[in-house]
Design a protein around this ligand. Structure first.
Ligand SMILES: Nc1nc2c(c(=O)[nH]1)N[C@H]1C(S)=C(S)[C@@H](COP(=O)(O)OP(=O)(O)OC[C@H]3O[C@@H](n4cnc5c(N)ncnc54)[C@H](O)[C@@H]3O)O[C@H]1N2
Ligand code: MOO
Length: 397
């Protein structure tokens, strides 16, 4: 069995072989997409020297309380005054307005007393010029580099750069296939020996949050011919994912049927709990494949550690693995076995920094426990029992 790190490296290598085309999308639809080509500004921001405050633009290189100016003009945002101030003159000005030629600073209106067309600077006078120079945010030559995930700040920046559409990587299409005669979709009519298919919904949400497009395939029964037919229908996808049927039981058919369809395995089984029977590989044409274990928590933890990073890799991002944090144990934990254990746990900020408590019940079928967890506490393979206060590694979920 290979380690989690080795399995992650192999999964990312499989994903790196996928090359997705780019598309243009309007900024309003580009949230969460990954920019795939640099975007260039077609103007500077601000495109003129702009007032940062409401007040008076004054024609003087230095000012002192008691100085007095004649107000000869007015400039507001979107309404420049085209003239030039002479020494001793001022223009009434508002935030965002172009600063007139000849003005050296803007005095805020709170620091001014006005009498008709004359202003006099008050003792409260501040010292800032209150002027945003042309191009203070970015110049004409500015470019937003790719790859880059477009969050609120990037979208606003692109808009300010007058870039109406972003060139983004197309979303990888991910097919999700749950297998097992015992499974019925939510709202269906389960027999007494059946359960509801649950983990596909978690995985679909994770895929979509990572920037992929998930399609839930019909549930495949535990019959080779039917499983093969539905697995063949996953050919449209950039990444095919099966759930369940990965272990060693007589009805665990995924690896067998996969091989018949030309699946080349990269690995099968990892030294990890939950998630031991994970399969990764590739169908012809370089399309990656991930076979997740069926237990709901196993599938979701593997989704977090392997599937989401693969999607992010396909989108061209770097640093795609979940970022670990350090914490201290709030309660002791027992010795770990031969597989790295990703324990469902809850962390919080304590008086001495981040503290984490593992849940007592760690069975990989327990969705109630997973839903109370906000992190995975990583126990290395063969780790000894650890006392409260020991430093540990956690992955926020
Ligand atoms: N003799 C052994 N038995 C098992 C081993 C082993 O090493 N030797 N490994 C165990 C581990 S660890 C896991 S994890 C499971 C994984 O097995 P499969 O991937 O073959 O999953 P299934 O057997 O199909 O299902 C396991 C469990 O999860 C339920 N399930 C399956 N799919 C879904 C779904 N979409 N939504 C909700 N629940 C699902 C299924 O009913 C089973 O209860 O194997 C162990 N056995
Ligand atoms: O490894 Mo299984 O995924 O523990 O339940």
């Amino acid at each position: 069995m290979i380690t989690v790190a080795e399995a992650q490296a192999r999964c990312l290598a499989l994903a790196a072989e996928v090359s997705l085309p780019s598309e243009q999308v309007p900024l309003a639809d580009a949230a969460g997409r990954v920019l795939s080509a640099p975007a260039r500004a077609t103007r500077a921001q601000p495109p003129f020297s702009a007032s940062a405050m409401d007040g008076y633009a004054v024609a003087a290189t230095s000012v002192a309380p008691g100085d007095s100016f004649e107000v000869v003009a007015e400039a507001a945002a979107g309404h420049a005054w085209g003239g030039a101030l002479k020494p001793g003159q001022a223009a009434r000005i508002f935030t965002g307005a172009p600063v007139p030629e000849g003005a050296h600073q803007v005095v805020i209106q709170e620091d001014v007393s006005r009498d008709g067309d004359r202003i006099t600077l008050l003792p409260s006078l501040g010292n800032g010029p209150n002027i945003r120079p042309l191009g203070a945010d970015f110049g004409m030559d500015h470019s937003l580099t790719a790859p880059r995930r477009l969050g609120p700040a990037e979208l606003a920046l692109l808009a300010a750069m007058n870039v109406p559409e972003a060139t983004v990587r197309m979303r990888p299409k991910v097919a999700l296939l749950a297998t097992g005669d015992e499974l019925v979709m939510p709202g269906g009519n389960p027999g007494p020996d059946q359960i509801i298919a649950s983990n596909v919904f978690a995985l679909k949400a994770m895929i979509e949050a990572a920037g992929g497009e998930a399609t839930i395939m019909p549930i495949a029964p535990d019959r080779e011919d039917a499983l093969q037919a539905i697995m063949e229908d996953m050919r449209f996808a950039d990444l095919a994912v099966t759930i369940g049927g990965a272990s060693v039981g007589d009805h665990d058919l995924v690896a067998k049927v996969g091989a018949r369809l030309g699946l080349e395995q990269s690995f099968y089984k990892i030294a990890m709990r939950p998630g031991k029977p994970l399969i990764a590989g590739q169908f012809g044409e370089g399309r990656p494949y991930l076979g997740l274990p069926g237990n709901p928590v196993s599938a979701i933890v593997c989704g977090y550690l392997f599937l989401v990073p693969m999607i992010r890799q396909m989108l061209g991002e770097s640093d795609v693995l979940p970022a670990p944090l350090t914490a201290r144990l709030a309660a002791p934990v027992g010795a770990n076995g031969p597989r790295a254990h990703y324990m469902r746990a809850r962390m919080h900020e304590g008086t001495n920094g981040r503290e984490v408590t593992a849940f007592d019940r760690q069975d990989s079928s327990l969705l109630t426990v997973l839903s109370e967890a906000n992190c995975l506490l990583i126990r290395p393979a063969g780790d000894a029992a650890q006392p409260a206060g020991a430093a540990v590694t956690v992955l926020p979920t």
